[in-house]
Design a protein around this ligand. Structure first.
Ligand code: ADP
Ligand code: ZN
Ligand code: ZN
Length: 813
């Protein structure tokens, strides 16, 4: 008898597998989805390993197969294990990342009545028990979920378990309904030979069933299967006629699966490879040479960092590298940060590989996701393109993974487990499959660049924009010191430089983008006169303003202070300046430029699937002169008529309580600056700031990644921050703030003891302190940060109590 190690879809299974015996007659493969008994339930599981011996003495048998084909490839099985180990996430959750959409199903608990129930004396029962019993009696059975909705979860569970104990009701389990089914369309075809059908038609005519006869004649003429709706349009017959011939056994209805195609709404014309520039050619050659079948020395396949300014032709390199991979009979996965914002990029891929590109992202309907997943697994696509979860697409014969804008935060799943980073997962997957990875960015993540400098990754540089003529270099960037504006009596949101430039741009028919970094607005206070921002004396990070208490707070060490009445630096009373929103900016722009047409683009106005595209199309068609927007504007858009970009305040990002604040500001400003001057009109960028001397702003203005990196990496080394250390963030959440704080302090003591007793030298504990987002969906959150060379090594071995979440390599702390 064989045994299988199975990861089970249960919260108590955590990071371990369970041994099950394989019943005789059942053939089981690694990666296969199965039903297994677990406690008193029947749960979904994935087979991760087969063995001749069980890992425990007593095993139960696998109950059945969910899908005859393995749902995970052998490489994906290994990847799931790695994710679970690396991010300390439950194993099934890691495997679930790769399952077909809508696959996960639970067993539903039902409370069922017993035949003897009507003879019962109800008077000994509580009112709550009677209520449940009556419901169960009336309906025969009722799901626990429904009872929970009716009575509240605690009450329902308590009462039913009392009733079960008294033997008045029993529990039973059923499987939840399947959420998605393939979409099918009914087709009609003859169930008999054509000759026979003609004879039958003649006979029907004699019997005056002329419409049935017409239908048969019509089907005889068809050379291809035809849908029921087409038949009805063409022949104009009601459903009853169709039914009549079907009932006679002359015609049959076949349900044929159709694929929902998310690219269908775009009209795409094929495109062809461009002749590369010298820099592009040399980068592509390096990539190509590593794409050749590897010699047998088992070295892990290479990771390339393609560092090139916006417009330097990175995408063209991705396309040509993919073409090479396809030529070798392999396939690729391309990750983009946020798919709704990159329709142009998708179009470029789709036009280079017509009908060979699959698009996967969370905004697709479940049905679309389901279809795409199956088509991908069947090997129908050369390229799968999508946001971070597309890395888990079942793409066979993987040869190349491209991660565009690799520095983007959206590649990290931070809000739910597994808290993985798609870039690190991609590198692991490449190692498991022999694929090559290209990380592309104009402003690489400092950690990625550090690896490239150390030789872990191969660095490829594209220093210049590909421009048709010499006329369109990187735009000129001017930094405006906002402190000088206030001194000069200018209280508007627009500095004198910016408003002059706007007027000029609009007058000459150009377009203007006004950029407002909303992340971080209203979380810190700033002196409106001198720009001073209060920081924690111990931790260096910006103190966060808490509205409810009117206090300033350090999110690392929990230091607190009241908001000062005057600025500690310049004594101005205008200390409590909390930033501005897009609506206010829109009003003021309207006031200053009444003749200009405005368009606002932020998350408030972009609900729904296509509205990003609509706003962009509108702006590109020059239906507005000024586009006001937040982060979204910064991302990879080609807007040739934009001649001026104004950054309203560069400081918001800089003052986030996060050691990556400088890096984020640099990235954002560089990207925003890259928006201007993409066309032949040239462009100008104006950055307004209260701290114009900051190296992140200075370097962004000069388009100088190297000097930014030098300063930033020195700063990280000094702080002992990544890449020089690794972090793990532990967050505890509870509806009561005091409980939260006490639990966090208890955990700190526990961890400190462990660190001391194991004699781990290079592990610091920071906190506890309220998390940056202190209260989320009604729950308070406190956090502890572990910093060292390998914080997860310690955490792996400790039982982590309920209510805690662990984030390995967190962002935004
Ligand atoms: P990036 O991805 O680095 O922003 P793109 O690949 O989008 O750069 O290139 C920027 C622009 O230059 C695009 O319009 C692209 O079509 C064009 N381009 C890229 N490479 C070439 C080339 N070798 N010859 C001509 N035009 C090119
Ligand atoms: Zn001041
Ligand atoms: Zn502090």
């Amino acid at each position: 008898m064989g045994y299988a190690e199975v990861t089970v879809n249960s919260p108590i299974a955590q990071r371990r597998t369970f041994s099950y015996a394989i019943p005789s007659g059942l053939s089981i493969d690694v990666g296969q989805a199965v039903w297994v008994p677990f406690g008193d339930k029947l749960l979904q599981g994935i087979v991760l390993e087969l063995s001749d011996y069980p890992s425990v003495e007593e095993t139960r048998e696998i109950a059945g197969i969910i899908d005859p084909h393995p749902v995970l490839s052998p490489a994906q099985v290994k990847l799931a294990r790695w994710i679970s180990e690396h991010y300390l996430s439950p194993l099934f959750e890691a495997a679930a990342l790769m399952l077909p959409p809508g696959f996960e199903r639970k067993a539903v608990t039902f409370i069922c009545s017993l035949p003897t129930l009507h003879e019962l004396d109800m008077s000994s029962l509580t009112r709550g028990q009677r209520e449940v019993l009556e419901l169960v009696q009336k309906r025969g059975k009722i799901s626990l979920r429904e009872l929970e909705r009716k009575l509240g979860s605690r009450q329902a569970r308590l009462t039913t378990s009392q009733l079960v104990r008294q033997g008045l009701v029993v529990k039973s389990y059923e499987l939840e309904k399947v959420k998605v089914k393939p979409k099918t369309v009914p087709y009609l075809r003859l169930a008999v030979e054509a000759d026979e059908a003609r004879q039958q038609a003649a006979r029907l005519r004699e019997k005056r069933a002329s419409r049935q006869a017409a239908l048969l004649d019509f089907l005889v003429q068809q050379t291809e299967p035809i849908t029921l709706s087409e038949v009805r349009q063409n022949v104009g017959i009601p459903a009853s006629i169709v039914k009549a011939v079907v009932d006679k056994g002359l015609v049959e209805v076949q349900h044929i699966e159709v694929k929902r195609d998310p690219l269908a709404y775009q009209s795409i014309t094929p495109s062809y490879p461009l002749t590369l520039t010298a820099a592009q050619r040399s980068a592509l050659e390096s990539i190509k040479s590593s794409l050749l079948p590897a010699p047998s020395d088992n070295a892990s396949p290479p990771v390339f960092l393609l560092h090139g300014v916006t417009g330097s032709g990175k995408t063209e390199i991705y396309l040509q590298a993919l073409a090479e991979v396809v030529k070798q009979g392999k396939r690729g996965i391309v990750l983009v940060p946020e798919i709704a914002l990159t329709p142009q990029t998708i179009e470029r891929f789709a036009s280079r590989f017509p009908h060979k590109v699959a698009v996967l992202h969370s905004k697709l309907s479940l049905g679309e996701q389901y279809d795409e997943w199956h088509r991908v697994r069947n090997g129908e696509f050369d390229v799968v393109i999508g946001s971070r979860s597309a890395i888990f697409a079942p793409q066979p014969d993987l040869g190349l993974i491209v991660i565009d804008e690799e520095h983007e935060w959206t590649y990290k799943q931070h809000d739910k487990s597994p808290r993985y980073h798609a870039r690190d997962v991609a590198i692991k997957l490449a190692e498991l499959t022999g694929a090559v990875v290209i990380l592309g960015s104009a402003t690489p993540d400092v950690e990625t660049f550090y690896h490239a400098q150390r030789g872990d990754y191969q660095l490829l540089q594209l220093p210049e924009r590909v421009t048709p003529s010499e006329g369109s270099p990187l735009p000129q960037v001017e930094i405006v010191d906002l402190r000088e504006e206030l001194k000069a009596g200018n209280r508007s949101l627009f500095s004198r430089s910016l408003s002059q430039a706007m007027a000029k741009s609009i007058a000459s028919g150009g377009q203007v983008i006004l950029f407002l970094n909303r992340r971080g607005t209203a979380t810190f206070i700033q002196c409106r006169r001198c720009g001073f921002v209060l920081r924690c004396k111990r931790c260096e990070v910006t103190l966060t303003y808490h509205w409810t208490e009117d206090m300033l707070l350090c999110h690392q060490c929990n230091y607190r202070m009241p908001v000062p009445r005057v600025c500690p630096r310049c004594l101005s009373p205008r200390i409590k300046f909390l930033g501005i929103g897009t609506q206010r900016l829109e009003q003021e722009a309207g006031h200053h430029f009444p003749q200009a047409k405005l368009l606002r683009w932020d998350s408030d106005v972009t609900r729904g699937k296509h509205s990003h595209q609509e706003i962009l199309d509108k702006f590109r068609a020059h239906k507005a002169d000024i586009l006001i927007g937040t982060q979204m504007i910064a991302k990879g858009l080609d807007l040739p008529q934009v001649t001026l970009v104004g950054v309203i305040s560069a400081d918001t990002g800089l003052n986030l309580p996060d050691f990556r604040a400088g890096e984020r500001t640099f990235q954002l400003l560089s990207q925003v600056a890259g928006r201007a001057g993409r066309g032949s009109l040239g462009g100008q960028v104006i950055i307004q700031s209260y701290s114009p001397e900051h190296y992140a702003i200075q370097a962004a203005a000069k388009h100088d990644y190297a000097s930014f990196y030098k300063k930033e990496v020195a700063y990280r080394r000094e702080l002992y921050a990544p890449p020089f250390s690794r972090l793990a963030c532990l967050t505890y959440s509870h509806t009561n703030d005091g409980v939260c704080q006490r639990e966090a302090e208890r955990m700190k003591r526990l961890l400190t003891q462990e660190i001391d007793s194991r004699g781990i030298a290079d592990l610091d504990l920071i906190g506890p302190a309220p998390a940056f987002i202190h209260r989320l969906r009604g729950r308070f959150r406190w956090q502890l940060i572990l910093r060292g060379s390998e914080p997860s090594a310690l955490l792996k071995e400790l039982p982590i109590p309920q209510g805690w979440t662990i984030d390995i390599d967190p962002i935004g702390v």
